[in-house]
Every structure is written in structure tokens, then in C-alpha cells.
Write a protein that binds this ligand. Sequence first.
Ligand SMILES: Cc1cc2nc3c(=O)[nH]c(=O)nc-3n(C[C@H](O)[C@H](O)[C@H](O)COP(=O)(O)OP(=O)(O)OC[C@H]3O[C@@H](n4cnc5c(N)ncnc54)[C@H](O)[C@@H]3O)c2cc1C
Length: 432
Amino acid sequence: MDATTYDAVVVGAGFAGLTAARELAHAGLRVLVLEARNRAGGRTWLDTRLGVDLELGGTWVHWLQPYVWAELTRYGIGTVASPEPGRAWWFDGTETVPIEPGALLDLLDEPHRDFGAESRRVFPLPFAPLTSTEAAGMDDDRLTAKIDALDLPAAQRELLRSFWTLNFNGGLSDAAWTQALRWLSLADGDWRRLFAACAGYKVVGGTRALAEAMLADVRAEVRFDADVVSIDQSDDIAVVETADGRVVHAAEVIVTAPLHAIDRIRFTPALPAGQAAAIGAGQLGRGAKIWFALEGEVEHFVAFGRADWPLNFLQSEYHVDGRTIVIGFGPDATALAVDDLAAVQAAVDRLAPGLLVVEATGHDWVSDPFAGETWPMHRTGYLSRGLPEMVRPHGRVRFAGADVAQGWGGFIDGAIESGLAAARSVLLSSDR
Ligand SMILES: Cc1cc2nc3c(=O)[nH]c(=O)nc-3n(C[C@H](O)[C@H](O)[C@H](O)COP(=O)(O)OP(=O)(O)OC[C@H]3O[C@@H](n4cnc5c(N)ncnc54)[C@H](O)[C@@H]3O)c2cc1C
């Protein structure tokens, strides 16, 4: 059996893995990256669909996100704004009706005022959430309880629920109040800035441009189609095996697989109970992102539906060859098959009546074995009990990735941040 020894093996070539590998290799370590897919980028994936390059996963970046912004600057990659909507629809409690885009945003202003102030009080240091003295005591509080407690007309309350369902890309029944506060605190308590950070600016050349720039700079050996199935560690070394039976030895291992993909890897000794519990509980972000083409060049729009609809938010992005290309998000990936055109049309009809869907596409990240989730959104208890466990080294193994980031955890930015942190931790422990 081929057994080669590395200073560090990095599992995964998403943004966390690319960052960690680059930092370690640039510091002089012998590094191997093992990536199960045949490409870098992980949960970001620019692919040609509907006749145009579309982001099937992570897309938007913002200057409020320091780690990804620094990487864009480092590799000379720009950003481009998503179009401003000229039209909007919302569900007024009885039916879907047109509304001025500005008026739609105004409806979300008032309920967010107190949420925003609370976020800055609870998380004065948004990139160090575990230093919050209050957060642990409120980490079993549910976001829905806070929304229900607001004195709002029913339709406005439903809009707020839908907005946070969009942010969670999943059902809110166990959504942590602290997670909503963390997101708001990262945008200085201003939900409009948060919205802009989440859906305002895209990477020129797509996320692939950034992933490929980092890959070219990584100075480590990278193996694709290398599905890690086990990591055995002794006092001396870690032994990492891939599905094809190949084995490598490493002094340190950084695992960047998403929380929902970690349990495909057999760890010996087994992971500590706290890590196993966090992995078993998983994330709430298990919804859908689909792309579809509409007949005709429709004026750019957004639409909010009810939180429990298969698609609860639409945002049009491009006009291409006489068609309009639109993104839809929904809270449950199993609720809508992207190749079922009639189902997509029915879902769109509820949100924005009178539009003809001619083609649809997407990627089901939830049934993708190397993802199992879209962007990591935390259930109650994860911040205070899961996250501290996940960032603790398990012998020679460290976890990194958007699931364990301290700042913009559900984002590309968080992946890069956690890759930096994991690399630093390895360098400190190996005295480099
Ligand atoms: C639909 C969708 C929309 C999103 N929108 C945005 C957005 O607009 N802006 C934003 O900033 N973020 C967004 N995100 C989130 C963002 O894409 C992720 O947070 C980020 O890319 C995660 O990077 P990562 O390196 O932590 O994990 P990943 O990108 O998941 O990388 C982990 C890598 O590990 C590999 N892997 C898993 N298991 C194994 C194994 N056993 N052996 C070897 N390799 C393995 C995977 O194939 C993957 O390449 C979105 C995500 C999705 C899915």
C-alpha cells in the first residue's frame, strides 16, 4: 500500500480547505489536499446552465466580509452588483399582490429595529461570538418566539418569518435566536446592510475565478476524486484513507467537510461526544436554490411569499437572449424537484403571477453526499454547545469550514476565516 507522509493533510478543496492548505504550504509545510469532487470550490459552483454561467451555490460577497474581500484584492478580482429590482410582489395575507420594492423593504424595517439593537448588545464583538457574556443564556431561545412576540399585523409578521426563512434556507421551528442576532451584529445591527451583504454583489468571473486563483497559488499537492473514508490517529501519526484504498500519513489533518458530510468519515479514536452530538444534530440550512428562465425580458423584480411555500423568495438576475433568468429559494430541498417544470411553474405562480417558466435547473446540495446542507444555519444550542466543541482539536484532527467559523459562518467569508484559523493553530502546534 502506498503510504506517504505529509506535514498536513487537508480534507476538502472548498474555500476553507484552499485557504488552510495555502497558508500551511506557504509556511513551508508539505501539504496534501484530498478533495472528493473533481473540482475545487465545494459549495460554490459556477456552471453553465440555461445558456449562461450561473452560480449553483454560494454567490454574493460584500465589503463587510473582510476575509473574502481580502482574497478578492489579493488576486485582483472585482465585484459586480446584482440588478436593482423595479418591481416586487408580496403575499398580503390573502393573495399575492404587487408592491413598490421600497415599500416592501419598509415593511421589514420596523420589526428589525429592536432586533438590530439587541444584536449589537449581545454580540459587541461579532467575530468573537463565544466571548458574549449573554449569548449562552439565550441560546435555547427560538427566533420564532421573538417574531411571534412582536406587535405586528399578521401579514407583516408572515413577511418577517419569510425573510428569516430565506436567511436560514430552512424551516424556523428550531432556529436559534442567537443565530439571527449574530447575522445582524455582523452588519452592525442594520438588516438592510445584511440583506445587501447576502444578495447584493457577485464575483466577477464567478466564484470559480476566486477558487481557481487560490488553487493556482496553493503550492500543495491536490488530489481530486479523493473521497476520505477514514482517519486513524495514534500518538505518532494520522493515517488517512480514501475510498480507492490509498493511504497517506500526516502529522496534522484539517477536515473541512460540511457538518452533514463528516459522519461519512470513520474516526479512530471516535470523535468526542460533544463533537458527535453537534454533527448528529446538524444544521437547518437544507433548502433549495433553483434557477429558472422566464419567457421574455421581464423588468427585474423580487418577490416574497409565505415562509412555508416551496419557493418563498424570487430575485431576477439576468436578461439573456430574450429571456429573464431568475433565482428562487425555498426552505426544503425535498419540496421541489428542479427538473419538474410544472411544479416550478406552480411555485412561481404563487409568488409572481403571470410569468411563464420555460426552463429550470439547480443542484440539490442536501442530497449531495459531500455537502448534505446548503449554508450552515444554526439550531438552538449550537452556538453555546456545538461550536466550542467543533473548534477544539481532536488529537491531530482539526475541523474548519463555514460550519465552524466565528464570524460570517454561513458564508464564503466564514470558510476563509476558519481556514486561516485552522492553519494558524497547526503552525502554532508544530512550532513553525
Ligand atoms: C445554495 C447555496 C447558496 C449560498 N449562497 C451564498 C452566498 O451568496 N454568499 C456566501 O458567502 N455564501 C453562500 N453560501 C455558503 C457558502 O457557499 C459556503 O459557506 C462556503 O462555500 C463553504 O466553504 P467550506 O470550504 O467551508 O465548505 P465546502 O465548500 O462545502 O467545502 C468542503 C469540501 O470538502 C469536500 N469533502 C466533503 N467530504 C469529503 C470527504 N469525505 N473527502 C474529501 N473531500 C470531502 C467537499 O466536496 C467540498 O469540496 C451558499 C451555499 C449554498 C449551498
